[in-house]
Design a protein around this ligand. Structure first.
Ligand SMILES: Nc1ncnc2c1ncn2[C@@H]1O[C@H](COP(=O)(O)OP(=O)(O)OP(=O)(O)O)[C@@H](O)[C@H]1O
Length: 241
């Protein structure tokens, strides 16, 4: 479970990038995080993962405060950033073994998982190539495989489906469902409203750093006329004019 309580974050020139944001990502549900460009999704995710400091408020992951207990909190989650251009000088297999070492995944289990994941995502043939030579989608898939390799309880995915081919997107959506169904936490941001409507149990919509809606699809339809699609509600909520 991820709990955000009264989070504030400012940048030079934007003192309220995140403004008193509170919500919970419960176990056993897929929670979609929506908002227009610049709404504050990545900033929020970077605070949850301890990459950006929080100005005010607190964030806990399964009870561990990311500021006060960063190591314990960081052991619990896997994070897929919106930009997968990392570790470019490593070969795919070197990256996965590096992750396996950091998270102490036993050798035999590691081999099994690497084989299964990279076959599912169809990057098994490229594991001995440098990540530098991977396409955007392949880079994303190697990062996702690294996250899934150590089977963290909490998945935090920043636009994970952008740029994935249909088969890989299907595989990832299926894995997200399975992970949530086992009682784990799945939190992901997306611009794909159809995907969110298709797989999320709960949606959180923000704009200008503020939470505009949090609830499941039933609540959304009750609050905003039963026949409205998520797209219409999103456009209505995030219309600044
Ligand atoms: N390092 C930074 N320095 C200054 N301002 C920043 C920085 N990072 C984010 N911001 C600002 O904070 C606000 C939220 O940005 P953020 O990247 O979190 O949005 P987002 O919802 O992830 O957008 P997108 O959908 O385009 O990825 C924006 O106004 C952005 O300009």
């Amino acid at each position: 479970m991820i709990e955000l309580t009264n989070i504030r974050k400012g940048f030079p020139g934007n003192s309220r990038a995140i403004d008193n944001l509170s919500f919970t990502v419960p176990d056993g549900k897929i929670v979609g995080f929506l908002g227009p460009n610049g709404a504050g999704k990545s900033t929020t995710i970077k605070m949850i993962t301890g990459i950006l400091p929080i100005d005010e408020g607190s964030i806990t992951l399964n009870g561990y405060n990311i500021n006060h207990h960063p190591i314990e909190a960081k052991k619990l989650f896997g994070y897929v950033p919106d930009q997968p251009d990392m570790f470019l000088r490593l070969r795919g297999i070197e990256y996965l073994n590096f992750i396996g070492d950091i998270y102490e995944v036993p050798e035999q289990l590691r081999q099994q998982r690497i084989e299964k994941l990279t076959k599912q995502f169809q990057i098994d043939k490229s594991l001995h190539d440098y990540i530098l030579n991977y396409s955007h989608g392949m880079r994303q898939k190697i990062i996702i495989s690294g996250v899934l390799l150590h089977e963290p309880a909490i998945w935090i995915l920043d636009e994970p489906l952008t740029g994935l081919d249909p088969k890989s997107a299907y595989v990832l959506k299926d894995l997200m469902r399975q992970h949530a169904d086992k009682g784990n936490t799945v939190f992901f941001s997306s611009h794909g409203l159809e995907v969110v409507e298709q797989i999320c149990d709960v949606v959180a919509i923000i704009n200008n750093g503020e939470l505009l809606f949090y609830g499941d699809m039933d609540q959304l339809h009750k609050e905003y006329q039963t026949d409205q699609s998520l797209e219409n509600v999103f456009l209505e909520l995030t219309n600044d004019e």
